[in-house]
Design a protein around this ligand. Structure first.
Ligand code: HH2
Length: 334
């Protein structure tokens, strides 16, 4: 039991007394046969060894990430120093514009600033290393001495990770979960920084062509579990890893909705969970809204994730998300 005080009410997730689950769906896969059953908190605590390990990981209290306690949902503000990002490509390509935008997001209440210089939207072309460095480094170098919010570097390239860490980045966010660049696991380990491992199926250029899963939630869960183990072997302890199911990365509308609805399952991996649903195309797929008109759907997704204990919400609209979370937190606490 993660938190004895939770008593018979339920089991606490991620060391959070405010996140008590009364029951869980236990999903077991044996080859192609998948069994599902609801188990009560009491049964989970019944002492069966396989359930005890799962309960320990579900309830694990996480170390702070980049100095930030994980006892409430954190807001990661997106800064795209790109020409072609799906919702704001070109707006912050110039370093001055990106720096001003980052400062604005911090003033609006961003806990973390995620700086990236390569779009990974469906169909995006890879960005050359020198181009990526020339875009992202001036922004990180300018922000590091003047912001309170830790800087995250959103990259798939080991050399960008290394240089950004030297310039003051406090978190590595890799949408390929350190699989794109063969040097990335070792370099990420050497930086000593926490790392976000995001699931993606396929490459950005082709990932939306025909994504398929046997069971999307289980497949993503198992893939992330294997990536955690690979990173541990490369010298990055699980306590420094965050996991992200990768909304929109090689997923249909149905896949995205299944993952969003089941985001609490990823606590079972024993890492903090990050989710990026902001402005993504599944919102358009459900409602017809274009990328600029997806704020209401983004807020709904953020609150759903917060309700499931997701620790970091990656968003474009920081002020609006901050307000939505303030109401959600105040009402829950009342
Ligand atoms: N989504 C995007 C980029 N990086 N990182 C994580 N961990 N999770 C995500 O869901 C995620 C991410 C795509 O969003 P954006 O940066 O706005 O678009 P683009 O890739 O077109 O720059």
């Amino acid at each position: 039991m993660a938190d004895a005080a939770a008593g018979s009410l339920g089991f606490a997730v991620a060391g959070r007394r405010d996140l008590l689950f009364a029951a869980a769906e236990l999903i077991e896969r044996d080859g192609s046969v998948i069994g599902r059953r609801i188990v009560s908190a009491a049964e989970l605590r019944s002492g069966q060894p396989e359930l005890a390990g799962l309960l320990e990981r579900l309830g694990r209290r996480h170390d702070p990430v980049a100095g930030l306690a994980l006892d409430r949902p954190l807001i990661m503000g997106v800064v795209n120093v790109t020409s072609d990002s799906f919702s704001d490509g070109g707006r912050y390509l110039a370093a001055d514009a990106a720096i001003a935008h980052a400062l604005q997001l911090e003033a609006e209440g961003a806990d973390i600033l995620d700086i990236g210089a390569e779009s990974t939207r469906p169909g995006a072309k890879p960005v050359d290393l020198q181009v990526e460095l020339s875009r992202v480094m001036p922004v990180i170098e300018a922000l590091a001495p003047q912001v309170r919010a830790p800087l995250s570097i959103d990259t798939r390239k080991a050399e960008v990770m290394r240089r950004a860490a030297r310039a003051g980045a406090a978190l590595i966010n890799d949408v390929s979960a350190l699989t794109y660049d063969p040097d990335a696991p070792q370099v990420a380990a050497e930086t000593g920084l926490p790392v976000v491992l995001m699931h993606a199926q396929g490459d950005p250029r082709t990932m939306q062509d025909d994504p398929r899963y046997e069971d999307v939630v289980l497949d993503v869960y198992d893939w992330l579990g294997a990536r955690i183990e690979a990173c541990e072997r490369a010298g990055i302890p699980r306590s420094r890893l965050l996991v992200d199911p990768g909304i929109g990365f090689g997923k249909t509308l149905a896949h995205n909705l299944a993952l969003l609805g089941a985001s609490s399952i990823f606590h079972g991996l024993g890492c903090a969970v990050l989710l990026g649903a902001s402005r993504k195309s599944f919102i358009g797929g459900l409602t017809g809204a274009d990328a600029q008109g997806r704020l209401p759907g983004s807020l709904a997704a953020a609150l759903l994730a917060a309700e499931q204990g997701v620790q970091v919400l990656r968003v474009h609209d920081v002020a609006a998300t901050r307000q939505a979370l303030a109401v959600w937190e105040a009402a829950r606490g009342a």
